[in-house]
Design a binder for this molecule. Structure first.
Ligand code: 6PG
Length: 254
């Protein structure tokens, strides 16, 4: 039932380029509002190919967004990170740095990356949690915007199917072992992600159509279905291909 209400408005199947544009508009609106209200905006960036399009859009000087974003008032966090150094090709920090952060006037003090280079992933997670709490001044902060992707196996952030991190209730950040990838990942946990003010899934491409349908219309089986903000909004931003297997009625309602 919960997905019916999600489907009413936020699922908006568009072309991928329009998806990045819609997400950029959301980012601009939210960041302006938050900075005007409290002087800062907190965002958790996601890895993945779809969010990358958003970052490139935001930083593009020929698009309207770059000049509207209150860059110096934004605190950047990451919803998850690979267990690699920041210059590694798989680093989410590296991707966001190249696509956006190196091209816009952000305050370096406001870039709070996960230290994936720490050989001890659990310690990196613990330190990241402390940094988040120190920056926000809260034990369980409410980030203004949390960006998430969706894997074809139903994972989101680095919360994979059957992972012990699905049971986490206390920690903001954890370092689960991901058996299928034979590596640790460092990820924000469900209680923290679900405390976000605006939680946005960005999903594009035909290879995601089946899992999008299963997550939005099927029984509870996947980590992405555990994303249910307790006080905030949940938006699914999909391109036409990713939305192509959804119930036609749900698509017609958009
Ligand atoms: C990561 C992510 C992960 C990602 C999905 C979707 O670090 O890999 O944060 O959750 O968002 O795997 O990735 P794509 O958009 O590249 O398919």
């Amino acid at each position: 039932m919960i997905y019916m209400s999600i489907l009413k408005n936020p699922v908006n199947p568009v072309k991928m380029i329009d998806l990045a544009r819609a997400a950029a508009e959301h980012f601009v609106t939210r960041s302006i509002k938050a900075v005007a209200k409290k002087g800062s905006f907190t965002v958790a960036l996601s890895g993945g190919s779809t969010p990358k399009g958003l970052y490139e859009f935001l930083a593009n000087p020929t698009e309207p967004f770059r000049d509207q974003v209150p860059w110096s008032g934004i605190h950047f966090f990451w919803s998850d990170e690979r267990h690699v150094p920041p210059d590694h090709p798989e680093s989410n920090y590296r991707m966001t740095h190249e696509a956006m952060l190196s091209r816009v006037p952000v305050s370096q003090n406001n870039i709070h990356r996960i230290h994936g280079e720490n050989p001890n992933a659990a310690q990196a997670a613990k330190e990241y949690e402390h940094e988040i709490q120190a920056v926000t001044g809260e034990d369980l902060p409410q980030l203004d915007l949390i960006l998430l992707g969706l894997g074809t196996d139903g994972h989101t952030a680095s919360i994979f199917p059957d992972s012990e991190v699905l049971q986490e209730t206390e920690r903001l950040v954890a370092a689960p072992w991901v058996e299928k990838l034979k590596t640790y990942r460092i990820t924000m946990t469900l209680p923290f992600l679900n405390n976000g003010a605006s939680v946005v899934f960005l999903v594009s491409g035909a290879d995601k159509a089946e899992i999008v349908k299963e997550v939005l219309e099927g029984p509870q089986r996947y980590p992405a279905q555990a994303i249910r903000p307790t006080k905030g909004e949940l938006l699914w931003m999909l391109d036409k291909e990713a939305a192509s297997k959804l119930n036609p009625q749900a698509q017609a309602n958009q």
